[in-house]
Design a protein around this ligand. Structure first.
Ligand SMILES: [Mg+2]
Length: 391
């Protein structure tokens, strides 16, 4: 049996802002694109719990969040604060939190004792899944009670040292741990043992399964599948019929496994997940995207934005520990939301913002004429990323 924990920092970006700026404490905070008095066109990246009471949540268009905040204000509620946030400050806090987790997981006495030597890397398992999330393997503790103790210590360290809170799910695998960490936010600790797993999952909405987004959720609902126990009414073959084929690749989405969604969801609904903790989360690409204030075909404006993005990507690339890349990929979203991607791979690894800029610009040129844009559609968003990264 495995014992896996999933830790998720609570409303992370907003929590860091509240911590650093006392005047913000207790206020509804929305971090994301500039709302520009309701005309902004980006999205919300984090909303704190006070802002969520207004119906604001992450990934929502910032203009919509702005309207909800204004509605709340008209009803006599506290005005929300909109911030663009500081990626660098958040990643510093994130790094320190990951250190706390590693120190508690790696240096525990039980681990040293069990491995019988100071070199205990075999047992170490901390996987940073995103800036505010990590999985870690507590199987070595031997039971859920000891594992819970480690989790409480980690939560306590984070609260004391970083003055923010985390929620943790403790379960027999990554899938259930991830769902569990979300159950009692903020500052939660939810334990689901192997015996409890199926009953824990059954009543939950199918959207709770990681990977099922709003679209798949709506689609399943149209088939009468709303809860995880509804999924279990279907055989593997039936689910493959309903969902099975690997989805058509869209730009930015991750490639689906050849087995397809049907099989994936069949097993997930039963709480079965053997995916391992991946110690070094492999960074495969680094990128940036930008939504324009107005849909545009102004090359000057676009190349200006492109230049800024290239500088940011170079910074992130250095920060990631990689120095060089071989592939530059751009994506373009038109005013009608059609999205296209184009890539170019260099013969030799290259580096630097200038190179990113030049390669991306070459790829963008064809979007200003018939080659990629025969209807002369205006452009809503551009993205650039570098891939095939090397040290
Ligand atoms: Mg979080």
């Amino acid at each position: 049996m495995r014992i896996i924990a999933h830790l998720d920092l609570d409303a992370f970006f907003a929590a860091v802002e509240e911590r650093d700026k006392p005047r913000l404490r207790g206020r509804p905070i929305v971090i994301g694109a500039d709302p520009e008095d309701g005309k902004g066109r980006g999205v919300v990246s984090t909303a704190n719990y006070a802002a969520r009471k207004y119906g604001i949540h992450s990934a929502m268009p910032i203009s919509h969040a702005w309207r909800l905040a204004k509605d709340a204000e008209r009803q006599g509620q506290m005005p929300a604060i909109f911030l663009q946030g500081s990626y660098e400050r958040y990643s510093e806090v994130s790094e320190r939190v990951m250190k706390i987790i590693r120190s508690r997981v790696v240096c525990s006495d039980a681990l040293q004792h069990k491995s019988g030597r100071s070199e205990s890397r075999l047992y170490v398992g901390v996987e940073q899944a995103s800036v505010d999330e990590a999985y870690f393997d507590l199987t070595y503790t031997g039971d859920f009670i000891k594992a819970e103790y480690v989790c409480r210590k980690i939560k306590e360290d984070i609260r004391k040292k970083e003055k923010i809170t985390a929620s943790i799910g403790l379960a027999p695998n990554k899938l259930i741990a991830k769902i569990a960490s979300d159950m009692q936010k903020p500052d939660g600790l939810t334990i689901v043992t192997a015996d409890q797993a199926e009953n824990f999952l059954a009543p939950l909405p199918v959207r709770k399964i990681p990977g099922i987004g709003p679209k798949t959720g709506e689609f399943l609902k149209s088939k009468g599948i709303e809860t995880i126990s509804d999924v279990k009414q279907y055989s593997l073959e039936e689910l493959q019929d309903i969902l099975g084929k690997p989805r058509r690749l869209q730009s930015g989405s991750r490639p689906q496994k050849a087995s397809g969604w049907g099989e994936d969801i069949y097993y997930k609904a039963r709480g079965i997940d053997n995916s391992p903790i991946v110690e070094e989360h492999e960074v495969k690409s680094i990128g940036q995207q930008e939504t324009f204030r107005n849909d545009t075909l102004d090359a000057g404006l676009m190349f200006g934005v492109l230049k800024e993005m290239s500088v940011k990507i170079e910074k992130k690339l250095k920060h990631s520990g990689f120095g060089a890349f071989r592939t530059v990929t751009i994506s373009v979203r038109f005013s009608d939301f059609e999205t296209k991607s184009r890539s170019h791979t260099l013969k030799e690894p290259s580096d630097g913002a200038d190179k990113i800029y030049t390669e991306a610009m070459k790829l963008f040129m064809s979007f200003f004429d018939k080659r990629e844009n025969p209807q002369n559609k205006a452009i809503r968003l551009i993205g650039v990323r570098v891939e095939k990264l090397t040290k």
